[in-house]
Design a protein around this ligand. Structure first.
Ligand SMILES: C[S@@+](CC[C@H](N)C(=O)[O-])C[C@H]1O[C@@H](n2cnc3c(N)ncnc32)[C@H](O)[C@@H]1O
Ligand code: SF4
Length: 304
């Protein structure tokens, strides 16, 4: 496995609880990286030798502003290409957005701002516009991420046309629980491949505040705080892995068949069937189908 990108889920906490959120971000969730965690992750990423890009996301990374800024500074100093994904809740007006963003000028090569009808009541929110204006003034490359409503596209059939600039919702995490009922149903037996993740040779993976290295949200390849990243990468055998092996052999359908999971007749998309099968298999593969946050369990709400 040759990783080129590592996405740090700085926190599972968020200002919002979007219906489509595949990490179940929430104001009531816990799990946040410390500065020491970030330094350890960056050190391991550098040691691996193949990682060139580091993203900070979450949850909402700007909630932990001082830690985000220090993390970005450390990552840039180590020579990584750095990016941030944010919902821009902080961009109250352009002047404020300039104050929030100016310390990142010259350090980040991408600011991806999410704005759509899940995050806000309009597709391009006032906050997103303010953040874009401020980023442009600071010469920070900026772009929008917009996820379409379930009714706009039929992701299960791959025949749907999305409006320009929008991407399709993947029915994992909270999206499976909250949105799958609004999507066009498809026979379960058709989902014989994983359409979204390169399970054999993932270019980028996500690391969460507990150290879990996710090849897809809620499928952990190992824990970076217990096993060095280099060891996790060297030891990854995609076909022998209990989860990715089944998914590579025959997609979510094979996951269901191999482990005898009960299933419904139809699902919104491949992620939906996969996520529901994984939920049923969590007790069997507790170190892989982890952490509880990714399966919608609210952890202690009073501490991070
Ligand atoms: C999990 S959010 C974290 C960063 C930040 N809070 C935000 O919303 O941009 C990262 C990106 O994932 C997208 N996302 C979340 N759930 C998704 C899903 N089920 N399908 C497609 N994209 C999703 C969000 O719209 C956002 O652009
Ligand atoms: S998509 Fe982003 S803004 Fe929405 S709940 Fe998830 S982490 Fe928060």
């Amino acid at each position: 496995m040759k990783l080129s990108g590592l996405h740090l889920l700085l926190t599972y906490q968020c200002t919002f609880e979007c219906d489509h959120c595949f990490v179940w971000g929430s104001p009531w969730q816990s799990g946040t990286m410390t500065l020491a965690n970030i330094q350890e992750i960056l050190r391991q990423a550098k040691d691996l030798g193949t990682v060139n890009s580091i993203y900070f996301e979450g949850g909402e990374p700007f909630l932990y502003y001082a830690v985000l800024l220090k993390g970005v500074q450390d990552a840039a100093r180590r020579g990584f290409r750095v990016g941030i994904v944010s919902n821009a809740y902080w961009a109250t007006d352009v002047t404020d957005a300039l104050a929030w963003l100016s310390p990142f000028a010259g350090l980040i090569r991408d600011l991806s701002i999410s704005s759509d009808l899940y995050h806000y009541s309009e597709e391009i929110s006032r906050q997103a516009e303010n953040a874009r204006a401020a980023a442009e003034r600071l010469n920070i490359p900026v772009g929008f991420i917009s996820v379409a409503q379930p009714e706009e596209v039929d992701t299960g059939s791959a025949s749907g046309q999305l409006p320009a600039g929008e991407s399709a919702v993947m029915y994992r995490g909270r999206a499976a629980a909250k949105l799958a009922g609004r999507a066009m149903p498809h026979l379960w037996s058709g989902f014989t491949t994983c359409p979204h993740e390169d399970l054999r040779e993932p270019g980028r993976v996500h690391v969460d505040p507990l150290g879990n290295l996710h090849i897809c949200q809620g499928i952990s390849l190992g824990n970076m705080f217990r096993t060095p990243l280099r060891e996790i990468c060297d030891g990854y055998d995609p076909d022998a892995h209990p989860l990715t092996g089944a998914l590579l052999a025959g997609g979510p359908v094979e996951l269901v068949r191999r482990y005898g999971v009960a299933h419904a007749e139809s699902y919104a998309d491949a992620c939906h069937l996969c996520y529901e099968a994984r939920r049923a298999l969590r007790a069997r593969f507790p170190d892989i189908l982890t952490p509880e946050q990714m399966y919608g369990v609210l952890k202690n709400t009073s501490v991070v």
